[in-house]
Design a protein around this ligand. Sequence first.
Ligand SMILES: Cc1cc2nc3c(=O)[nH]c(=O)nc-3n(C[C@H](O)[C@H](O)[C@H](O)COP(=O)(O)OP(=O)(O)OC[C@H]3O[C@@H](n4cnc5c(N)ncnc54)[C@H](O)[C@@H]3O)c2cc1C
Length: 395
Amino acid sequence: MNFKLTDEQQEIKARAAEFADREVAPNAAELDAEDRVPFDTLEKMAEAGFMGLCVPEEYGGAGSDFLSYCLLIEEISRADAGLGATLAVHTSAGTMPIVVYGTEDQKARWVPELARGDKIGSFALTEAEAGSDAAAIRTTAEKVDGGYRINGRKQWITNGRVAGTMIVFARAVGGAEEGVTAFVIGMDAEGISFGKHARKMGVISATTDDVILENVFVPQEDLLGEEGKGLRVALGTLDFGRIGIAAQALGIAEAAFRYATNYAAERTTFGKPIAEHQAIAFKLADMQTKIKAAQLLTHEAAWMKDEGARHTEAGARAKLYASEVANEVAHEAIQVLGGQGYMKDHPVERYYRDARVTEIYEGTSEIQRLVISRAILKERTGSPAGVEGSRPVVG
Ligand SMILES: Cc1cc2nc3c(=O)[nH]c(=O)nc-3n(C[C@H](O)[C@H](O)[C@H](O)COP(=O)(O)OP(=O)(O)OC[C@H]3O[C@@H](n4cnc5c(N)ncnc54)[C@H](O)[C@@H]3O)c2cc1C
């Protein structure tokens, strides 16, 4: 067993950390306050090769492995979790499904621009009536001559209004197969408009928007995967996307831990630094231990993906645990700072707000527990149904 990162992984982590400290961290509070996407930083990330880090070189990416991508998400999220969300959705949800499920023609037409960062990717599954229960989506893709006409409304789409492409899930009607189907859409297609811009608690520098699709024509060649088999695309995408969210959670936790540690070493009460009061020192010990455990789960899941092994449950465990650790650590970091922790003068209140969504998007913690418990029961009983029937939960 070898826990050491490869030379390339260490180099990417160091480069990402240096970039995050220099280009990302100084702007994070302002972007959070102003609800603004940092396009200039995204351009610099594109120049650094970060917008397509785990995309194969033949499609314009850097060709690094998925673990390297997770290290990048971790470092960027340590500085600005909103930018981490933008990057994670762009890469694992907006670009990788085309790499994994696309035809050679689709990969050649869509992926290079995304991998170079010329366009930002997005992923539109959720609707007002369909989140965890993705099979309940109502957006339709009616079969017409040469393609499909898509009608519906997607809710809370990360990168929505700044995206150049969107992976859209709609219910195919009138074709050979009815059911949820995936498509790649250019955001310049006629009939796309934007509804509500979500005003959020955290990850504010990532834009989150409702996307309205009115009679949007999608040519046959932009059907992603098979007609009626779109849930496979969604499930497969979230299987690895969740590992990226675990990495985002790790980044937030690490930021909170470092800030709290530095503060505890400086702040004095009763004649000594608060870090020397056992109550505070033990908090730091617990925070670090939990982060290390979450990191092991996350890196193991990413490594399994890189090995080509099944990583559904490993990814769910990593996301479940890392997101809960991020929330616990951010909570404790505020406690370490006392009243200062509650003030906007320090970043820990932002970490606390940013951490919360990692327990919700790309599958809530309840859904991760369903994925994990179904697998436990399936192993025991051999039944695919397990907990609460076999309906897929994706979210
Ligand atoms: C900031 C943000 C960005 C997002 N970005 C995107 C995006 O880019 N693309 C996209 O498609 N979606 C996106 N989403 C949507 C996100 O994936 C969903 O919010 C999430 O999957 C949960 O769905 P829901 O909100 O409808 O909750 P619901 O499904 O209504 O769930 C409500 C509660 O019930 C629980 N629950 C539901 N079903 C079960 C069950 N079977 N067993 C036990 N508990 C259950 C849930 O865990 C939750 O606690 C985003 C959401 C947020 C907040």
